[in-house]
Design a protein. Structure first.
Length: 133
């Protein structure tokens, strides 16, 4: 038996390689990342997470986000991709605060779309979240 296949000279089988599921860019993880950016008020990074079709200019988006409600918390479902794998919906319970008022959007359908292999949100999804219902 030849030892050159093993860096340490061992002839024992290697440990199985496992993947960390939480590090995969699933629709749920993408939505969590985007909502975390909003929560941190990192609008510069968040704008890169919006599907380019229908997205306003950087200045307009920045102004809209600056006056948006403060996102204070969220809980997400696992997400359901479409059959073609290009769209997904993650159900979200999202809590906002603006001034003295606090509200929660329960069961909100957070729509995502793949753009160049990356999950992104639609601009209308963002706009709908900015308004209280």
């Amino acid at each position: 038996e030849e030892d050159y296949l093993y860096l340490n000279g061992s002839t024992l089988p290697l440990e199985p390689v496992v993947r960390r599921e939480e590090s995969l860019y699933t629709p749920r993880n993408a939505a969590e990342y985007m909502l975390s950016l909003w929560m941190a008020r990192d609008f510069g990074t968040l704008k890169g997470c919006i599907v380019s079709a229908g997205r306003p200019g950087d200045q307009q988006l920045q102004e809209e986000m600056e006056v948006s409600p403060v996102l204070t918390g969220f809980v997400l479902s696992g997400g359901q991709p479409s059959f073609d794998g290009q769209r997904a919906i993650v159900t979200a319970d999202i809590t906002f605060c603006q001034g003295e008022k606090t509200w929660t959007r329960k069961g909100y359908p957070f729509r995502l779309q793949r753009e160049k292999g990356v999950w992104k949100m639609h601009y209308d999804t963002l706009c709908n979240l900015m308004t209280e219902e």
